[in-house]
Write a protein that binds this ligand. Sequence first.
Ligand code: AMP
Length: 412
Amino acid sequence: MSTQTLKAPRGTFDILPDSATRREEVERVAREVLEAAGYGRIETPAFEATELFSRTVGEATDIVQKEMYTFPDAGGRSLTLRPEGTAPVCRAYVEHGMHKLPAPVKLYYVSSFFRYERAQAGRYRQFWQVGAEALGSHDPAIDAESIVLAHTLLDRLGARGLRLRLASLGSPAARSEYRVELQTYLRGKSDDLSDEVRRRIELNPLRAFDSDDPGTQRVMAGAPRLLDRLTPEDADHFYEVQALLMQAGVAFEIDPTLVRGLDYYTRTLFEFTSDALGAQSGVGGGGRYDGLVAALGGPPTPGIGWAAGVERILLAADAPPSPPPALDLFVAHDAARSQAFGTLLEARRAGLRAQMETTGRSLKGQLKHAERLGARYVAIVAADGIQLKDHRAATQEPVAFGQLIERLAATP
Ligand code: AMP
């Protein structure tokens, strides 16, 4: 066996206690914001049948073509580590007959996702998202509410330099007509397009708007826009969403070139970016997916949702690391293990945050360690009793076994 030390796989990271505290804060605020709006927590499995993603996210998308962790299990089924959360949530909605619940059904998650992407700052192969999905309403008010909730969450977590871009993809019929129009336009200019975009004219022409190739960008500046091809109903819906966002005081820019790497979106589409981030500036995004539940075999059910990346939120917030949790009591001892352990248990039962010495430090070393841990009290335990040091009052006094909790309760 090689003695080379092993590292976490490329694009993954360990969450150590310092950063765990900040991540818990994200989860806590998400719970507060979303539960107040009627969202209930959902957790789906870390892996699903591969077909769930290839059918919904789209065969021609980057996610399905290049980024999925797909493997056969020992039973020969093709499974995929979830690359996103919306399709699994809709699968669960159908599987559990949630359409029978009063609409809208509102679900949120804080989970990890997996994509085989080029690892760089802010882009990982296992990453965490907070996501929220509302199923069962066409009303533009639920689009606006969903976007406002994402904004509230990002804002409360201190994400700096936020921008919201908004677009509408219209309904599938108008979109496929537009697709043909765009393909015709792109074929006419194919000499000026990047190889990649040219190759994808047939499969995924909309992604041309996403290209960073200068030639392609010049072509796209003159391309027909989906926003100009919306049906009157879709245009009205989009207009209503904008009006409600204005009413909520959430600023946005209309971006006719906004595309996202998933096929299931219809109508409203949005993305939050942060100027505080570098190349990977997307903090969160989402949209409407009115055909997704039906595509998964459920009754036709409209839906809207978003996901925001936990690592990106933390990068955009740049908050100082939180202080370690304070300690009420450190139990020091010099070979009186059993009495010390008893004191520790007693303190814990009384609801105190307590730790005891377990590494054989000298008494002096233990007192230093207690100070480092920020302990308010130190109980120096010997075979015949306890010396209680109060760091705040700078006092020390003897306490009999069994009297410690009472004594602590009596001090202010
Ligand atoms: P998407 O599901 O691609 O719309 O992504 C939604 C959000 O998840 C993005 O705005 C990012 O904040 C985050 N995200 C997506 N992919 C990654 C990744 N590979 N690493 C870290 N965060 C990601």
